[in-house]
Write a new protein. Structure first.
Length: 186
C-alpha cells in the first residue's frame, strides 16, 4: 500500500507540474506587440447618361386665334437606376428662313409662337414647368419633381402649352413651317 500511495503522490506531482507548465506557457501566449500603420484607398463617383424628354401630345392645327395646344410627355431613362427630374423647360424655334417664304411678307419667326405654363397663354418662346411625376393621374405635380425609373416611356411631365400668336401682321409665311420644341430636363 505504501507503494500505491507513493505512486499516487508521484502522479499528483506530475499532474500539478504539468498544470504549472501549461499555465506558465499560457502566459506567454497572451503576450503581444503594439504597432501603428497607415494605408490609403481610392473610390470613384459614377456618372449618368442624359435622360431623353419625349413629347407625347400631338400638335396639329395651330393657327392665329386657335387655343393653346397642351404639351405633355414622358422620359426615356437609359441609366441602370432612377434619375431625379424636377422640371421640364420647353423652347420653341422655327427654321430661318422659312422653307416656303413668300417675298414681301414678314418672315415666320419663333416670336410668332409662345410657350405657356398651365392654362395661361405664354408671353415668350420658353417656359418651365414643375409638373413632373411618376404617372399622369391627378393630382398635378407640386414642383417637387420625381425619380424617374430606368426604361423607356417612364414618368410624366406636363403643365406646358404652345400657341400660335394672333398678330396684326400677315402671317402666311408661317403656314406649313415645321415648329421645333426643344425640351430640357433638370
Amino acid at each position: 500500500m505504501a507503494r500505491t500511495k507513493t505512486k499516487m503522490r508521484t502522479r499528483t506531482v506530475a499532474i500539478l507540474a504539468g498544470i504549472g507548465v501549461a499555465v506558465a506557457g499560457g502566459g506567454i501566449a497572451f503576450a503581444y506587440f503594439t504597432n501603428i500603420g497607415s494605408g490609403s484607398g481610392t473610390a470613384g463617383t459614377g456618372s449618368n447618361n442624359p435622360v431623353v424628354v419625349k413629347q407625347t401630345s400631338s400638335l396639329t392645327g395651330m393657327a392665329p386665334g386657335v387655343a393653346p395646344k397642351e404639351l405633355i410627355g414622358n422620359f426615356d431613362n437609359p441609366n441602370p437606376g432612377g434619375v431625379f427630374i424636377k422640371t421640364v423647360t420647353a423652347t420653341v424655334s422655327v427654321p430661318s428662313p422659312a422653307p416656303s417664304a413668300i417675298a414681301g411678307l414678314p418672315a415666320c419667326a419663333a416670336t410668332d409662337y409662345v410657350i405657356g405654363v398651365g392654362t395661361a397663354t405664354g408671353t415668350g418662346q420658353s417656359a418651365t414647368s414643375g409638373d413632373v411625376r411618376l404617372t399622369s393621374s391627378p393630382p398635378a405635380g407640386t414642383g417637387a419633381g420625381a425619380e424617374i425609373p430606368t426604361g423607356n416611356g417612364q414618368g410624366y411631365w406636363g403643365g406646358l402649352n404652345v400657341q400660335f400668336k394672333n398678330t396684326n401682321a400677315n402671317q402666311d409665311n408661317c403656314k406649313n413651317v415645321p415648329v421645333t420644341i426643344t425640351y430640357t430636363a433638370a
